[in-house]
Design a protein around this ligand. Structure first.
Ligand SMILES: Cc1cc2nc3c(=O)[nH]c(=O)nc-3n(C[C@H](O)[C@H](O)[C@H](O)COP(=O)(O)O)c2cc1C
Length: 167
């Protein structure tokens, strides 16, 4: 069995390793100064259930980063596999036009919740931690909107993927 290990991990080795970490695909959305923003993100993680809290890691260079910090609100929309086309379209459209690609509604904070998502977590920013190139937004979940269950859209080895049951 071939085995590659790196005694010192640089950015390239780190990226190669992270390609093997399958992750759910999410759209982080917000509204700031009357403008809507959306971006794809896999760096989303549960923090605690009591109180309901999650975190998202957003590159400081992403167009949505400043608006999330300023508006102090964001929505994490967990995509279903039926939303793969939407994810692809996001790459070709500037961030302030991406919400035009989908139907959305407002929950409590005013950040757009995308219809057809597996779940939308509407969050108020509780803390921001700067780490290298990224801002880690810790969000207090105000509303968790759970429409009908569906299969998730996953990202693995640089490509979209679906989930198959393991016997
Ligand atoms: C599948 C996928 C996952 C991504 N995950 C993240 C992420 O977790 N955090 C992040 O800052 N950017 C992530 N990106 C990059 C952003 O979605 C976005 O393309 C990039 O920040 C460019 O910013 P823009 O919104 O200003 O065009 C991801 C991109 C893709 C395609």
């Amino acid at each position: 069995m071939s085995h590659t290990s790196f005694t010192a991990a640089g950015p390239d080795e780190f990226r190669m390793g992270m390609r093997r970490l399958a992750a759910a695909v999410n759209v982080i959305s917000t509204e700031s100064d009357g403008e809507l923003y959306g971006m794809l993100a896999t760096a989303v993680c549960s923090v605690s259930a009591e109180p309901p809290t999650l975190l998202v890691c957003v590159n400081k260079s992403a167009s949505a980063c400043g608006p999330i910090a300023e508006s102090k609100r964001f929505c994490v929309n967990v995509l279903s596999e039926k939303q793969q086309d939407l994810a692809n379209q996001f790459l070709n459209v500037e961030s302030t036009r991406r919400l035009d690609l989908c139907n959305w509604t407002r929950l409590a904070t005013g950040a757009p919740a995308i219809e057809g998502s597996l779940v939308s977590f509407d969050c108020e920013v509780d803390q921001v931690i700067m780490s290298g190139t990224h801002a880690i937004f810790i969000g207090r979940v105000v509303v968790a909107s759970l429409p009908e269950a569906a299969s998730p859209l996953l990202y693995f080895d640089g490509a979209y993927s679906g989930m198959s049951a393991v016997a």
